[in-house]
Write a protein that binds this ligand. Structure first.
Ligand code: SF4
Length: 336
């Protein structure tokens, strides 16, 4: 019988699932994916964690709770650094340990450490060791890793063509989420309002964490550009303009994309979504808001959520923001 690897539909699932899913299935394992986040999952996560944790971590623990009994192993990578000059938030360093404490009866945890800053550490080597830990050979693991890289590259190119990650997942894995029209560039299209929706992938794409903001915007026929759709060249150029680099993984992309759209006016408005109790987000938010206030910039709305945030309050702010964009457009105040 195939081994079942439990993957929580939370945190970096929203970015790396094609890589992880392909790697394990190529090695003959089955993936047990937790369901789409709902209030019950959040409650389970809140019950298993301390109040001080951010909403995405609570959601993650809720997902773990739903798959505890359905998997032979849980896959919880210890993410430290996967690219030069960028680190994950410290919460990711200790995730496997925190899960073990919260769920002493959890199945064994596959917890590869990804740290390209480590001596001689390569991501390929980590995957080969990961394959060995489920009793697969080196060449089998290497081949699975190469196929997984192809799957991840395919995912990125679909995003680059304008498809948001939940829709890519829907196409690839038949996940029931939202859909978005395919767009080819970042420029505005006729009279349709375009919004850059920025934040960590697990804040933007999780329907409960984001209070379904993607669907709410798309129901209003708004064209969306999310952080992952912005190409690396733009992010790199924006980083060079900063006095100090942003060291948080995702933070580079979020601040780079925000600064680009604040200046380029390629969109009608920008919405930044962050989480309460998040140190990195408070820094990112301050950087983005400071830039937004430094001249004639694109309109910005910052939203922060925790499990007590009310949807009505979010909708009121969102509608006021969209009305303001509409008025600006009608008056021709939005620069082209
Ligand atoms: S970056 Fe912020 S939201 Fe993300 S896991 Fe860390 S504390 Fe939570």
């Amino acid at each position: 019988m195939a081994l079942k690897i439990g993957i929580p539909r939370a945190l970096y699932y929203h970015k790396f699932y094609p890589l992880w899913h392909t790697f394990f299935t190529e090695l003959g394992a089955e993936v047990a994916l937790s369901p789409v986040t709902d209030r019950n999952i959040l409650k389970r996560g809140s019950d298993a964690t301390l109040d001080e944790f951010c909403l995405p971590i609570k959601v993650f623990f809720g997902h773990i709770n739903t798959i505890l009994k359905k998997a032979d192993f849980l896959f919880i990578p210890r993410l430290i650094s996967t690219e030069k000059e960028a680190y994950y938030c410290p919460q990711f360093f200790g995730l496997p340990d925190m899960v073990r404490v919260a769920f002493p009866d959890s199945p064994p945890i596959l917890e590869p450490t990804f740290n390209v800053k480590g001596k001689g550490a390569t991501i390929e080597g980590v995957f080969i060791e990961l394959g060995k830990s489920i009793l697969k050979g080196k060449s089998e693991s290497l081949s699975a890793y190469k196929k997984a890289l192809d799957a991840q590259a395919g995912f990125y190119s679909m995003i680059a063509e304008g498809t948001i990650p939940p829709d890519v997942f829907k196409k690839l894995y038949n996940n029931p989420l939202t859909s978005v029209k395919k767009e080819k560039d970042y420029g505005r299209t006729g009279s349709q309002t375009t919004i850059a929706l920025l934040g960590h992938p697990y804040n933007i794409y999780d329907p409960l964490v984001s209070m379904n903001i993607i669907k709410k915007l798309m129901d209003r026929n708004i064209r969306l550009i999310t952080t992952e759709m912005v190409c690396d060249d733009i992010i790199d150029a924006e980083m060079k303009r900063l006095r100090k680099p942003v060291y948080w993984a995702s933070g580079r992309e979020i601040v780079g994309a925000a600064n680009h759209f604040l200046d380029s006016k390629g969109v009608d408005g920008i919405i930044f979504i962050g989480a309460f109790h998040c140190g990195p987000d408070s820094l990112l938010k301050a950087l983005i808001e400071r830039e937004a206030q430094s001249g004639d910039k694109t309109a910005l709305l910052s939203l922060s959520f925790d499990e007590h945030s009310g949807e009505a309050g979010m909708i009121t702010r969102l509608e006021a923001f969209l009305d303001m964009l509409e008025i600006k457009k009608r008056r021709g105040l939005t620069a082209s």
